[in-house]
Design a protein around this ligand. Structure first.
Ligand code: ATP
Ligand code: MG
Length: 209
């Protein structure tokens, strides 16, 4: 009898807001590694962000749910939000592995997705060696960012070229603050939620008087 085998991806991010760059990356990695699921994990308190106004953890969570709910491969986890404080990838993976315990002889293989910009900063991540013990690291291409090979053992990470979408949450927040359109950069439901909640419109963003 063959033991069941599941392959689960995790995509961490501030998702302030989630956009089509995130969704395309997740979908491409699901296909490339034959993943059963991709779990989106919005961060707790972002520690690396600039002074621009951002959405609350609950609103970032809700936008991530709105953007992913129609895709049967996608789900959203609250582990980082519930833990609170700065999010470290090692903690995300530990908490998820504790939640998703294998049933019987089942084996679960874990993958952690990150963009070329994020992987380039791995030197400043907490305990990268522990991270690759917990999951296979998948770095995806991102326009404007050159891939820098991480200082990690061969076989512990992969590089995946994905369709280039020059979209960032920072740019979306700036556009909202300037009153410029954000249509088609992100799912319509998320754009509507931003309007409904009045997010990113405090007039303190770049370009504001
Ligand atoms: P911000 O501008 O606020 O930093 P962001 O667009 O970079 O937002 P994050 O939530 O910081 O979005 O990113 C989560 C993950 O998604 C990171 O690993 C990041 O590299 C990756 N990512 C974000 N946008 C893209 C994109 N357009 N193409 C590929 N990867 C992306
Ligand atoms: Mg970012």
């Amino acid at each position: 009898m063959t033991a069941a085998h599941r392959r689960i991806g995790v995509m961490g991010g501030t998702f302030d807001p989630i956009h089509h760059g995130h969704l395309v990356a997740a979908s491409q990695v699901c296909h490339r590694f034959a993943l059963d699921y991709m779990l989106f994990s919005p961060t707790g308190q972002p520690w690396h962000k600039d002074a621009m106004p951002g959405a609350s953890a609950e609103d970032r969570y809700l936008m991530t749910v709105l953007a992913t709910s129609a895709d049967p491969r996608f789900d959203v986890t609250r582990v980082d939000i519930e833990r609170g404080g700065p999010t470290y990838t090692k903690d995300t993976l530990r908490d998820l592995r504790a939640q998703w315990t294998p049933q019987g002889a089942e084996h679960i293989e874990w993958f952690f997705v990150t963009g070329a910009d994020a992987i380039a900063t791995i030197g400043s991540w907490q305990d990268p060696a522990a991270i690759v013990e917990l999951a296979h690291l998948v770095a995806v291409s991102r326009p404007g960012h050159t891939f820098v090979e991480p200082p990690l053992p061969a076989g512990s990470w992969s590089w995946v070229e994905i369709p280039a979408l020059s979209i960032s949450s920072t740019d979306i927040r700036s556009r909202v603050a300037r009153g410029e359109p954000i249509d088609y950069l992100l799912p319509n439901a998320v754009a509507q939620f931003i309007t409904k909640r009045g997010l990113y419109q405090t007039g303190q963003g770049p370009g504001a008087a």
